[in-house]
Design a protein around this ligand. Structure first.
Ligand code: FAD
Length: 303
């Protein structure tokens, strides 16, 4: 593949994976292969990869921890660029916490505890990277990434420019940011937190973790809440009231514990998950006149 040869000038061959099964890189543990997965090991490599891809006009998608993404079974005919371990670092500076975009929220959360910084507790159980959390404006228990983000450091989609944007400039709304339109890539994040006491921060996290573990199907692969919250409703309540809890297509099921989650009970294909999604959407539209939109990012081709 020509693009592969070109990419070897930007990144070591051992960090380029051909026909890579994306089930191993996504929390749904389902779906097809990416033509190529590349894992830059530094900012320079990331920029070189992006410049190569834009020079070739190649299709590409950024991947964080894969906890909000589903690849259809026919796979992704393009390149997945993973923001991984090379972008995993945290540093407290006064009330600010500087984190590489590939740092998992659980790790960011631990760093905040150790620095006695409060404000991030809501996010401690979100299983993605901080870069993914900025892109999605991830939130839980009344908190949202936008509330704690001072600025994101970004690189342009063509890899040629580096710049910063504040939460306001990123126009962070409910599970949406300007990045959905621009495609800029988050490389580092500066969080602005409050001084707190370690014990109180730990208690808050334990409370949220307890709530999450008892109310969400955390032992099954999923991508969290499958649908966005429709204005004035809760997706999970609508799905439950429509009598769809436990509804199953192949290996995919509407969770019995939390109807807002579609889970992989074992061996689910992306087609199972998407067929179940469509049934749920049709039933909820029919019964309540509410159109449920997926929060999960769906990419790739059907078989
Ligand atoms: C059990 C479970 C519970 C969850 N609970 C919550 C919750 O409480 N609240 C919530 O909001 N979400 C929740 N989620 C969904 C998910 O964890 C969040 O959306 C998370 O922020 C995604 O981060 P990620 O690194 O996994 O992103 P990915 O899934 O890898 O990517 C998601 C999107 O972000 C983009 N992206 C990722 N990294 C970057 C980057 N560095 N720069 C630019 N774009 C990037 C990708 O291109 C993709 O479009 C849950 C998921 C699971 C599995």
């Amino acid at each position: 593949m020509t693009i592969r040869r070109k990419l070897t000038a930007a990144i070591a061959d051992e960090n380029i994976f051909e026909n890579e099964p994306m089930a191993g890189h996504t929390s749904f543990k389902a779906g097809g292969c990416a033509d190529l997965l590349v894992v830059p090991q530094s900012m320079e490599e990331l920029k070189a990869v992006l410049q190569t891809l834009s020079g070739e006009d190649a299709e590409y998608v950024i991947l964080g921890n894969g906890s909000n993404i589903l690849v259809r079974d026919g796979g992704y005919r393009g390149i997945i660029v993973k923001i991984g371990d090379a972008f995993n670092h945290t540093k407290a500076d006064g009330r600010e916490l500087v984190c590489g975009a590939g740092t998992l929220m659980s790790v960011v959360s631990k760093a905040a505890v150790l620095a006695e910084l409060s404000g991030l507790e809501f996010a401690s159980g979100i299983p993605g990277t901080i870069g993914g959390a900025v892109f999605m404006n991830a939130g839980a228990y009344g908190g949202e990434t936008s509330q704690i983000l001072k600025e994101a450091r970004l690189v342009s989609r063509d890899g040629r420019e580096e710049f910063c944007m504040t939460a306001e400039e990123l126009q962070m709304g409910y599970r949406h940011t300007l990045l959905h339109e621009t495609g800029h890539i988050v490389t580092e994040v500066v969080l602005r937190l409050e001084e707190g006491r370690e014990e109180e921060i730990r208690e808050k996290i334990a409370d949220f973790t307890g709530r999450r573990n008892s109310k969400q199907p955390v032992t099954y692969p999923s991508a969290g809440s499958f649908f966005k919250r429709p204005e004035g409703y809760f997706a999970g309540t609508l799905i439950q009231d429509a009598g769809l809890k436990g509804l199953t297509v192949g290996g995919a099921q509407v969770s019995e514990l939390h109807a807002g989650f579609i889970i992989n009970k074992g061996g689910a294909t992306a087609a199972d998950i998407l067929q179940l999604m469509e049934i749920v959407q049709a039933e909820v539209l029919d019964k309540y006149g509410v159109k449920l939109e997926p929060e999960v990012r769906i990419i790739g081709e059907s078989v």
